[in-house]
Design a protein around this ligand. Structure first.
Ligand code: 5GP
Length: 174
């Protein structure tokens, strides 16, 4: 079975949207320092580009939770593979995610991080698939709302491949 990638959001559009998000976040956090928490591995490309567009002081940390593996359906199981290096108490935490799908991962993560008493806790996702939501999640910043399709690129993988595509694409099987 062949595999091809159909462009859903071209590179220029992704970059322009990230620039706009960076400006909006910089305005919203004026006078504050933001602690960006990147959810690996998918959030890494977005986090780097976004951080470069934020003009207020920024610190970074990373965490990793279990996700899909080689499949395209959510297992509903969320496991912390790598926890944050630093405490987040009293920090203005902004979680940076690649995509919110069922909402299971993010709702679990946000609850866990809220227990650590950050000063504020917000969520920024590059992509959102609202039609797929099973668990409600408050998303504060969204790059693009997309239809229900399995997407790759800009950090998102299919079986660990395609993360490095500079655009968002849909995997088609011929
Ligand atoms: P949720 O818990 O919201 O169902 O899923 C979140 C995680 O599932 C994301 O961080 C991502 O790893 C994975 N995921 C959900 N939808 C997609 C998709 O369309 N493409 C890829 N590559 N991963 C997805």
């Amino acid at each position: 079975m062949g595999e091809r990638i159909e462009v859903l959001v071209p590179e220029e559009e992704v970059n322009a949207r990230i620039r706009a998000l960076g400006e909006q976040i910089s305005r919203d956090y004026a006078g504050k320092q933001i602690h960006l928490v990147c959810v690996l591995k998918g959030g890494s490309f977005f986090m780097c580009e976004l951080a470069k567009r934020i003009t207020v002081p920024v610190s970074l940390d990373f965490m990793s939770v279990s996700s899909y593996g080689g499949e395209t359906k959510s297992s509903g199981v969320v496991r912390i593979v790598k926890d944050l290096d630093e405490p987040i108490q009293d920090k203005e935490v902004l979680i940076v995610e690649d995509i919110v799908d069922s909402g299971r991962t993010l709702s679990y993560l946000m609850e866990m991080l809220r227990d650590r008493k950050p000063k504020s806790l917000r969520l920024c996702t590059l992509l959102d698939k609202p039609d797929r939501r099973v668990v409600p999640v408050e998303v504060n910043y969204t790059g693009f709302q997309i239809p229900d399709a399995f997407v790759v690129g800009y950090g998102l993988d299919y079986d660990q491949r395609y993360r490095n595509l500079p655009y968002i694409g849909v995997v088609r099987f011929d």
